[in-house]
Design a protein around this ligand. Structure first.
Ligand code: 26Q
Length: 806
């Protein structure tokens, strides 16, 4: 890797690594296990990083720069070693130093745990954004929770998903720094008393302590090191000595256990609000700690609370941290004596909110009694805010219907606090994550709020970091690109466009194909080793990896797989394109249909893969425990990227961008960022099918009749009936009866409506695959034209339009 920044003064020599191993790990070369070498390497690297880290912080203080705070309940950062080595440009040096000790860098990289502190897209986006902020030299802090057990580990037992706790901290975590001095008290419950002087005092019934644990985030070329600050929880008193001495040994520790349980698990739901009290406690816990930390730092450096909006930008990653709006108000009013109007003005100018979903069931709201019991002072503040907002709405002549929709309190039925309305009204910017999604925000969920604040909603199409999602995960392709167009694209992903000049170069196309072939062979080896499946690297690798959700329509893909299987068996003489269908993804543990879809994928795989009559033309694989690390192995090996959500339902998608960057063609609907990917790569280099978002809405409004569609499509009917009648589940023939009946009866996600169009699109993919030169040209066009989807571009837009820091 080019090292404009020199590593010549680096301390990562073989001697240094050994010294760290001995003095920090306490082992010698003979006793050291791979984990010890991993820890020693990270500690040695850390020493390099710490100096840059302190320089970055000092510089922000000296310049009095505005800082960005990204509040997110999820950070799916994955492994960090390769990222840090690549961004510091010391990969080769460390590899060589370890080799001197007979240690293989690749091997120790493979045992680093994957920090899975997120569910999916929203969490990975937060991680890409942190890396881009550091790379663009923006002083930014990520704030979240240090879950002891992050996302569950998925195992597949007899085809079913089984959840196990993830123990990513089992060997300790050499990346992190606990900051005991950055501890804050977090209260829950209790009562609120008015003082004679008009001040308000909240006396919480329960208090615990949030303590910061920092992880460095190294930017590209080591330019800047930012901080990911994750909060951990403990009791004010670690043990109640009186109880302990009285013999109640467990009871004496109850407060500590209760505090720790708050940061144990990440809610493994990626759409439906869990509704649990613990979730609201987590949201307030990390919001309060973060707001207290932000305000303390601001006052320490700038002395004047009123300059907060000039020096601080707070970005809320969805509504999960929305209670921060009320918490900031509380700190400004109760802590700093500002009046309601001024506190509201400062809050709004400081806070911005990103929406990631329009699914109605994913819009967070909390029952009023729960909110009030847990956060009595915040309840008062929410009422006060709401009164101001509704007063403003009336001055703007909003009608009664609009007023009801704008209200932060849901009044019909059970009264609830609507977190999206709190975030929207408490922010100066509300953004969607792809052009279509932002349009739909204006037209649907936020229509009335948009009418009231027409300048507030804006679009920031998502992006992914090219460091992790191209340079690190696909070194073969990266080397080929560098050889072909030079290194400029490594500092500006849009320079990948220089590859367009090579799109019609057949020899270059062959080289692109050879890199892909090698990546497919590597993935095949990995899957043979880990799953005992044999894949043909010359087959078309057709991949759908993402959370399992009905709107993402893994079921559409599976039904089409069954139809294809049937066709191959009926017409074995035809010139079929050999395909490997790869699936991966986790289902929320309580999401029945999603879990059933995983079982169906595995049932289909078992049947198809053991059927000699398909003769290797079709293989189906469900890869267990899909996570960031697996994505890094699978993306570079994909030929076809499945982005087939019901139009209007996938806010953006970011996997779509990673696949295209690695030279896969997309088969997709006109949904989320697929539309913008199409605009960039060109209609000829993507396979679009299905209803548009508008057509979906129209069908829904005019009465959609899936049964008629199924009965008119022989192929679809045969596939659905085969699944329903137990062809793939002879051990339990009724297993999929209800799932298939759902397609006939309501088919919320319009699998039937899009089936024929999807099948036709898949057969056009087969035809394209036969034209090798044409396929390679499209792959090049994809790589060349998705540089715009770098998270550097996205963060540049946030920095300029929302944060005012660039
Ligand atoms: C809320 C309340 C209680 C429990 C869980 C939740 C919860 C948790 C996670 C709700 C939603 C999520 C995650 C949503 C998510 O990942 N959305 C994705 O965000 C990506 C980044 O913008 C988009 O690309 C995807 O389209 C979108 O689905």
């Amino acid at each position: 890797m080019a090292t404009a920044f020199s590593s010549s003064q680096s301390k990562l020599t073989p001697e240094r690594l050994l010294e760290v191993l001995v003095h920090r790990i306490g082992k010698d070369e003979h006793a050291a296990l791979p984990h010890d070498w991993l820890a020693a390497t990270i500690y040695a690297l850390r020493d390099d990083i710490i100096e840059r880290w302190m320089t970055s912080s000092r510089q922000a203080v000296a310049d009095g720069s505005k800082r960005v705070y990204y509040l997110s309940l999820e950070f799916l950062i994955g492994r960090l070693l390769r990222d840090a080595l690549a961004n510091l440009g010391v990969n080769e040096e460390v590899k060589a130093s370890l080799a001197e000790h007979g240690v293989d860098l690749d091997m120790i990289e493979e045992i680093e745990p994957d920090a899975a502190l997120g569910n999916g897209g929203l969490g990975r986006l937060a991680a890409c954004f942190m890396e881009s902020c550091a790379s663009l030299d923006i002083p930014a802090y990520g704030y979240g929770i240090r879950y002891v057990n992050g996302m569950f580990r998925q195992r597949i037992a007899d085809g079913w998903q089984v959840e196990y706790p993830e123990t990513w901290l089992a060997h300790g975590n050499p990346w992190e720094f606990e900051r005991r001095e950055s501890s804050y008290r977090i209260g829950f419950g209790g009562e609120v008393n008015g003082e004679a002087d008009g001040a308000v005092e909240w006396k919480p019934a329960e208090t615990l302590v949030a303590t910061a644990v920092d992880t460095p985030v190294v930017g590209w070329r080591g330019k800047r090191v930012n901080t990911l600050r994750l909060w951990t929880a403990r009791a004010v008193d670690p043990i109640r000595l009186d109880a302990f001495n009285a013999g109640d040994h467990a009871g004496a520790l109850a407060d500590q256990v209760r505090a720790e349980s708050l940061v144990r698990v990440l809610y493994p739901a990626d759409s439906t609000p869990a509704g649990q009290e613990l979730r609201l406690r987590q949201e307030y816990f990390f919001s309060s700690a973060s707001i207290q930390d932000i305000v303390r730092r601001h006052v320490q450096y700038f002395k004047d609370i009123r300059t907060l909006p000039d020096k601080v930008a707070i970005q809320l990653n969805d509504t999960h941290p929305a209670v921060s709006v009320a918490e900031l108000m509380r700190v400004l009013m109760d802590g700093h004596g500002l009046d309601l109007e001024e506190a509201w003005d400062i809050t709004r100018r400081t806070v911005a909110y990103t929406n990631h979903t329009l699914l109605p069931e994913a819009l967070e709201s909390w029952p009023l009694p729960l909110f009030e019991r847990l956060l009595p002072r915040h309840m008062q503040i929410v009422y006060a805010i709401n009164a101001m907002v509704l007063r403003e709405a009336r001055t703007k002549n909003m009608g009664d219907g609009a007023i009801a929709a704008i209200s932060i309190i849901e009044e019909s039925g059970e009264r609830r606090v609507r977190m999206a309305n709190l975030a929207f009204t408490g922010a100066h910017s509300v953004n969607g994550v792809a052009a279509l999604h932002t349009e739909l925000m204006k037209q649907t969920v936020f229509a009335d709020l948009h009418a009231m604040f027409p300048d507030r909603i804006n679009n920031k199409t998502n992006g992914v970091t090219p460091r992790r999602w191209l340079f690190e995960c696909n070194p073969g392709l990266t080397a080929l690109i560098r050889e072909s167009i030079g290194d400029a694209f490594m500092d500006d992903a849009e320079k990948l466009a220089d590859l367009n000049a090579l799109a019609d170069d057949k020899a270059f196309g062959e080289r692109i194909a050879a890199v892909k072939r090698a990546n497919k062979a590597a993935l095949s080896d990995y899957l043979r080793h880990h799953m005992n499946v044999r894949l043909n690297p010359d087959a078309l690798f057709d991949v759908q990896i993402k959370r399992i959700h009905e709107y993402k329509r893994q079921l559409l893909n599976l039904v089409e797989t069954v139809a294809l299987y049937d066709q191959i068996r009926s017409h074995p003489e035809r010139d079929w394109t050999p395909r490997v269908k790869i699936f991966g993804g986790k289902a929320a543990p309580s999401y029945h249909n999603a879990k059933l879809i995983i079982k169906l994928a595995n049932d289909i795989a078992r049947r198809v893969n053991s059927d000699p009559s398909v003769g290797g033309l079709l293989k189906v694989v469900f890869v267990p425990n899909y996570n960031v690390t697996l994505a890094e192995k699978i993306m570079p090996a994909a030929d076809l990227s499945e982005q087939i959500s019901t139009a209007g339902m996938e806010a953006s998608g970011t996997g779509n961008m990673k696949f295209a960057l690695n030279g896969a063609l997309t088969i997709g609907t006109l949904d989320g960022a697929n539309i913008e990917i199409k605009d960039h790569v060109g209609y000829d280099n993507i396979v679009i099918f299905g209803l548009t978002a508008e057509e979906v809405a129209e069908r829904r409004a005019n009465g959609y009749a899936p049964r008629e569609i199924i009965e008119e499509s022989r192929e679809l009917q045969q596939a659905v009936n085969a699944i329903a009648s137990g062809v793939f589940s002879p051990d339990d023939p009724d297993r999929y009866k209800d799932l298939m009946a759902g397609l006939y009866d309501h088919d919320w996600f319009m699998v039937a409506a899009d089936f024929d169009s999807y099948t036709a699109a898949q057969r056009s993919v087969d035809a394209r695959w036969q034209d090798r030169a044409g396929w390679n040209r499209s792959a090049i066009r994809n790589i060349a034209n998705v540089g715009w989807f770098s998270s550097d571009r996205t963060i540049g837009e946030y920095a300029r339009d929302i944060w005012g820091v660039m």
